[in-house]
Design a protein around this ligand. Structure first.
Ligand SMILES: [Zn+2]
Length: 171
């Protein structure tokens, strides 16, 4: 763990340096959302900071794509950053194991509605595999219902509808 202070809002941060990808040059402050250059982390080493104003940074993962939740009467706009691995997405709830909990009053959205598995491809890019996670009301993918067990590869601007909430995928 390295301690560092955000140069913008001056909040104290603790960073697990082993979990920061080497190819990023900045990360966003969890408090003020402004970019903090990664080069600052080495300078922060050995600093003593009061624990009280210290924020623990979650492991920083390379973003492979974005999933935007389109606002409607039940749902505010939300954007999630996708990363390598398995991501379950559904209605936010304490009883949910979903990695991405969507804040919504849309009860037709299951709490663990869809899954997106992100894998590296042969060219060094990432592929996003979408499937329905045995949801109650199924999943619309570009206006077609996903069949049980069907897996599709997402492309830029694809539209996913869960419950009556629309999600958009962007690379
Ligand atoms: Zn900050």
């Amino acid at each position: 763990m390295i301690s560092v202070k955000c140069p913008h809002c001056h909040v104290g941060l603790k960073v697990d340096e082993g979990k920061i990808p080497l190819d990023i040059t900045f990360f966003n402050c969890p408090k003020c959302k402004q970019p903090i250059p990664v080069s600052m982390l080495s300078l922060g080493k050995g600093q003593n900071m009061p624990e009280s104003d210290t924020v623990l940074i979650r492991p920083i993962k390379t973003t492979t794509g974005r999933l935007s939740v389109i606002a409607n009467d039940d749902t505010p706009e939300q954007v999630f950053s996708l990363y390598e691995g398995l991501i379950i997405i559904g209605r936010k709830s304490n009883a949910s194991k979903a990695q991405f909990g969507i804040v919504t009053a849309d009860k037709s959205m299951s709490r663990e509605h869809i899954r997106i598995e992100v894998k590296k491809d042969a060219k060094g890019g990432y592929k996003h595999y979408l499937s329905d996670n045995n949801s109650k009301n199924n999943t619309l993918y570009n206006s077609n219902y996903l069949k049980h067990g069907e897996i599709v590869v997402l492309s830029n601007n694809d539209e996913i509808v869960i419950g009556h909430t629309v999600l958009r995928f962007n690379e």
